[in-house]
Ligand binder design. Structure first.
Ligand SMILES: [Zn+2]
Length: 299
């Protein structure tokens, strides 16, 4: 029984002409090398030959895996927490603007330690939070009294029951990309909004760091979107992208992380400088932003 998932047709366009683009190292956990491939038809990039769902868990086992940690030690972590609070409020604002609702039903997929789901609850939304990691769910329960469910809860969701579905840096981790795309459509009300935040592999910082760009994050990131491939993904599942929103802070964070993982001295300052350059270059050019939030509505 194989524990490796090999992709032999493009998940976005179905094209069979797939080629290796480059290799990237998992600096965070395993130090193993993984190949990023590209579809010659539509340009979509993806991580090839990834561990399957049973195996991939151990690639998340790192004390540095910041998404699941809550340490405030170290400058990187402190800044991360300040940035997170700014981003949380911004994200909540995007939900109310995209839906035109002050309150409603929200499905937050990959809710992690529950900060965003908790904030939305405080804003008066009814939130269904789904998170794969039992450790992260326990954290959410203990810190916020927030009940989140494991992925088995996907089977219990009703059609057209949510005003908004959010995936904050989560879609790139989901193995069943197209199955999930269809489910988002089913679960969302006809007037609802689907908000997807993912790294942008044609951003200024991605180009600067090349294979060392921290947001390749192999093998945890399976899919590497651009505005163009996200548009195709949306259309494939009956959506259209109605708005693209840059996430300026991500460029700083990803640049610092890239410098750190490359083992550069003064990685913080170098990363900050590169983040600043990337941010300035994205003024008036959203497609150069490190990460993007895509607001999708049904066609
Ligand atoms: Zn393709």
């Amino acid at each position: 029984m194989s524990s490796i998932v090999h992709t032999d047709s493009c998940p976005i366009c179905g094209g069979k002409n797939l080629k290796q683009a480059f290799s990237a190292v998992d600096h965070l956990v395993s130090k193993e090398t993984f190949d990023v491939w590209q579809c010659e038809e539509c340009g979509f990039k993806f991580t090839q030959d990834v561990p399957d769902e049973q195996e991939i868990g151990r690639y998340y086992e790192s004390p540095d895996y910041i998404s699941h940690s809550d340490t405030e030690q170290g400058l990187m972590n402190r800044l991360y927490h300040i940035a997170r609070n700014m981003m949380l409020t911004a994200k909540a604002g995007h939900v109310t603007r995209a839906t035109g609702l002050r309150q409603g039903w929200l499905l937050d997929i990959g809710s992690g330690t529950g900060y965003f789901a908790h904030l939305m609850t405080e804003w008066g939304w009814t939130v269904r939070a789904i998170e794969k990691s039992a450790e992260a769910r326990d954290f959410a329960q203990q810190h916020f009294g927030l009940k989140s469910d494991g992925e088995e809860a996907f089977n219990t969701l009703q059609d057209k029951s949510f005003d908004c579905i959010t995936l904050w840096h989560v879609l790139e981790h989901l193995q069943h990309l197209n199955i999930m795309g269809d489910k988002f459509y089913r679960w969302l009300k006809d007037e609802g909004a689907l908000l997807i935040a993912v790294p942008n592999q044609i951003s200024t910082d991605a180009k600067h760091y090349g294979a060392d760009w921290a947001a390749w994050d192999v093998p945890r990131h399976l899919w590497h979107f651009t505005p163009e491939t996200m548009k195709r993904f949306a259309e494939k599942h009956g959506f259209k992208v109605i708005k693209t929103i840059p996430m300026p802070l991500d460029g700083f964070y990803v640049s610092m992380l890239s410098e750190q993982r490359m083992g550069h001295k003064v990685s913080f300052l170098r990363g900050f400088w590169q983040g600043l350059c990337a941010w300035v270059s994205s003024w008036g050019h959203k497609e150069r932003s490190s990460s993007l939030i895509y607001v999708l509505k049904k066609q």
